[in-house]
Design a protein around this ligand. Structure first.
Ligand SMILES: [Zn+2]
Length: 348
């Protein structure tokens, strides 16, 4: 009798293992994850509070441990609040909501001076703003645009030299404060004309190679960690590929990427056809270098434009992110879901 009981209980782990393998039971419990790339576009603190409540509910529904909020890379001195200016709206939601700064303050300064060298006093203003962001409780700087394609007729085109003095100041402050920079960089590998899919937007007609410049920026200060946004989202130039990313991750220890997996553009991890296993293989090869960023938009209703269009797509990327986490090995999934982000952004 005793022996029979022992035998039965000894069998339990095997039975459970078979059940788990057969049903995917190990992963049935969704992994809590961190979304490092959510855009909040508020024009006043009351609007920011209302949006923060929406984000908190969304984060909970989507199984997020933490959501990082910041403005997309703004062009002009527009009325969008930057991280430190809307951070008071997040307080009541505790550690679930955190923020980055600079998308609506540093980036407009950078884009406005894209064609010239800033004066020493302008550099000082830029540096002081970066320091203020660092002291405000921000978890990093973003979103900053190095090269940003225009995806709709109301969406800006942004281009700045990777050797720009403002970017060097930002890299130095980021390194000194150990805060990452969320960077938008659409890579171009060869002299190209505008792809058909991007016509009708604000893009130029020709493009010159820019990856060397990006690499110089990374090498300029190895203490600054750069989170290259929107990995695995495909691109119309065929440049943002697993091949390029593998080389850059190998050569640049301060480079990280945030994954935005769903797109109709060619090369996306979860696109219109088969899933892209080459991307999943890169993530498995560099499990400490990827985080998840849905690029979800929360926009105060008084504002129209491209952001409003993007806000209407809410939920599609987060669903795709959860799918990618299921496709990765459990150890890599845990790192990419939250462990890497906790370490990079110093989250509690
Ligand atoms: Zn972006």
């Amino acid at each position: 009798m005793d022996g029979a009981v022992r035998l039965k209980s000894g069998l339990w782990p095997c039975v459970l293992l078979v059940w788990c393998v057969a049903t995917g039971g190990v992963q049935a419990q969704p992994l809590p994850w961190i979304d490092v790339h959510i855009h909040l576009l508020a024009t006043d603190i009351g609007g920011a509070k209302a949006l923060a409540a929406e984000v908190a509910a969304f984060a909970q529904a989507e199984g997020m441990r933490t959501a990082l909020l910041f403005p997309p890379p703004q062009m002009g001195q527009d009325s969008i609040l930057d991280g430190p200016e809307f951070s008071a709206a997040l307080v009541e939601f505790g550690p679930r909501l955190a923020f980055l700064g600079g998308g609506a303050s540093l980036n407009p300064l950078l884009q406005a001076a894209a064609e010239r060298t800033p004066t020493p006093s302008e550099l000082d203003v830029f540096r002081k703003r970066a320091e203020l962001i660092a002291q405000s409780g921000a978890r990093g700087f973003g979103e900053i645009a190095l090269h940003h394609l225009s995806m709709t007729s109301k969406h800006p085109y942004e281009l700045v030299s990777a050797d720009h003095p403002y970017l060097k100041v930002l890299m130095d402050v980021a390194a000194a404060r150990d805060l990452p920079i969320d960077l938008h960089f659409d890579p171009i590998l060869a002299q190209s004309t505008l792809p058909e899919a991007l016509r009708g937007n604000k893009n130029p007609s020709g493009f010159t190679p820019n990856v060397d410049g990006f690499e110089r920026l990374l090498a300029y200060n190895r203490g600054a960690r750069v989170i290259w946004a929107h990995a695995g989202g495909g691109d119309d130039f065929g440049a943002f590929t697993p091949h390029l990313v593998t080389r850059l991750l190998t050569e640049h220890p301060n480079l990280y990427l945030s994954v935005r997996p769903r797109s109709k553009r060619p090369g996306a991890i979860l696109g219109t056809g088969e899933r892209n296993d080459a991307w999943l293989a890169v993530i498995e090869s560099f499990p400490d270098r990827f985080v998840m960023g849905s690029d979800s938009f929360f926009v105060q209703s008084t504002r129209g434009g491209a952001a409003q269009t993007f806000a209407e797509r809410l939920g599609s990327q987060t669903q795709a992110i959860r799918r990618v986490l299921q496709l990765l090995t459990p150890e890599t999934a845990r790192k990419v879901a939250s462990e890497n982000a906790i370490r990079l952004y110093h989250l509690p």
